[in-house]
Design a protein around this ligand. Structure first.
Ligand code: PEP
Ligand code: MN
Length: 463
């Protein structure tokens, strides 16, 4: 008997690189936000070493994410991309990875429970070590120092010595990413991601908060639903979806040296894959069309994220879509808008219309963090939870008005009990920011604030 596969199950050829593209064809093009390496030969030597190491993720997994993003682009799933602004080598511990996974699983299950949609989970994890910065230097205690550019480049300590870019950090980044993935794979496949663990994902310090209590109630309902299914004779033992989760990895592809070293040709699909993560994105500061970053990303078959800030014009966005998605593959592009709560209503609709007129079918995701950052009276870089939720609400409203699927959210968060963003039911005030301000770069939502946000997004998805 001949089987006909549903259209979405027919395997697609992966994105093929343009003919003139090579993993190193970005070299010589204008390039922003690069470290001033004191020893460029050392950078090449480290990159050569990394090129001999095993891939961190495999083309088949990347293909699976591509397939799931196509389902998001066509309105049948929702994307949750979340994690630290900057991962650190120090937080690469079993407990550290477990706590990050935990809060992502909590958010994902709340979104699924609230909306009935499958949630594609992508962490800013396993390689999110490089940071673009608004200024090349900063003044600390009256001394001007080069800025911290992420653990893959230099050290965060406020000394001239720590801030010197060190090529060996690129090698360490590879090994820390590898160790993170090792723990992630063990946790997601070894029972921690089992839906029957839904209560165990809630941490003690969260349980006492209003969001934590609401989470417990939802977890009770999910546990009862599982019992109900078992009571009805549904054999859940064999349902892999209930017992394992899939968490994909992603980071900003800021250092093409590192990305090139992990880019491999896959003979099965005839495509190039950047095996440093499943999804790579280009930042708002490095998305220039004639630049090295866009050139590099145009040739790899991984799904590509593009940060879309307030300065993005409709023409630019159309050109980026044509350049990065010449074959019009649904979900190959994830357009991550970060326009600010004040401006999303004005700026987003024309961008939605511009892209629709091209025929590209990207995933539209809302990053409500980066357009809402400010320095508070107490001197901390922070964000208000109310601005974050307002930008998401504006994002949903614009999509509904234009008849486009609001595909996902992109968050900077942590499973830890930090005080970096203002607000929430257990209100973090300006005077609290100094108590546990632990981020290596931008302020993250803590676990309770994240859960509170997930309830609100689930509500928006249901409307
Ligand atoms: C980030 O995601 O941490 C970041 C720097 O974003 P953007 O490129 O949108 O400013
Ligand atoms: Mn950030």
């Amino acid at each position: 008997m001949r089987m006909t596969l549903a259209p979405e199950l027919v395997p697609r050829a992966a994105h093929r690189a343009p003919t003139a593209w090579r993993p190193d064809s970005w070299r010589g093009l204008p390039i922003d936000q690069q470290p001033d390496w004191p020893d460029p030969a050392a950078v090449l030597a480290v990159a050569e070493d990394i090129a001999l190491q095993p891939p961190l993720v495999l083309p088949a997994e990347i293909g699976s994410l591509q397939h799931q993003l196509a389902s998001v682009a066509t309105g049948r799933s929702f994307l949750l991309q979340a994690g630290d602004c900057a991962e650190t080598f120090r937080s690469c511990t079993e407990q550290g990875v477990r706590r990050k996974l935990r809060v992502i699983l909590q958010l994902a299950i709340l979104l699924t429970y609230g909306s009935g949609l499958p949630v594609v989970k992508v962490g800013r994890i396993g390689g999110q070590f490089a940071k673009p910065r608004s200024r090349p230097t900063e003044v600390v205690d009256g001394v001007e120092l080069p800025v911290f550019r992420g653990d893959i480049v230099n050290g965060p300590e406020p000394t001239a010595e720590a801030r010197i870019p060190d090529a060996d950090r690129m090698r360490r980044a590879y090994h820390h990413a590898s160790a993170t993935l090792n723990v992630l794979r063990a946790l997601t496949q070894g029972g921690f991601g089992d839906l029957h663990q839904v209560h165990a994902w809630n941490q003690e310090f969260v349980m006492a908060s209003p969001a934590g209590r609401d989470y417990e109630a939802a977890a009770d309902a999910i546990t009862w639903a599982l019992r109900f299914m078992a009571g009805c004779g549904v054999q859940t033992g064999g349902l892999q979806a209930l017992h394992q989760v899939q968490l994909f990895t992603s980071h900003e592809a800021l250092l093409p040296e590192y990305e090139q070293a992990l880019t491999r040709f896959d003979a099965v699909t005839g495509s190039w894959f950047d095996t440093s993560a499943h999804l790579l994105w280009v930042g708002d500061r490095t998305r220039r069309l004639d630049g090295a970053h866009v050139e590099f990303l145009s040739g790899i078959a991984n799904p590509i994220g593009v940060k879309v800030g307030p300065s993005t014009t409709a023409d630019e966005l159309r050109a980026l879509c044509d350049r990065l998605d010449p074959d019009f593959v649904p979900g190959r592009l994830v357009l991550i808008t970060r326009l600010g709560a004040d401006r999303v209503d004005e700026l987003l609709p024309p961008l939605l219309r511009a892209v629709r007129s091209t025929g590209h079918l990207p995933v539209w995701a809302c990053d409500p963090m980066h357009g809402n950052t400010f320095v508070s009276k107490s001197g901390y870089k922070t964000r208000r939870l109310t601005d974050i939720t307002a930008e998401i609400a504006g994002f949903f409203a614009a999509h509904r008005a234009e008849g486009v699927h609001p595909g996902g959210i992109h968050l900077e968060l942590t499973g830890d009990d930090v005080t970096e963003c203002l607000g929430g039911a257990d209100e973090v005030l300006d005077t609290h920011l100094g108590t546990r301000y632990e981020t290596a770069c931008d302020p993250r939502l803590n676990a309770s604030q994240s859960i509170e946000l997930a309830f609100q997004v689930a509500e928006l998805l249901r409307e």
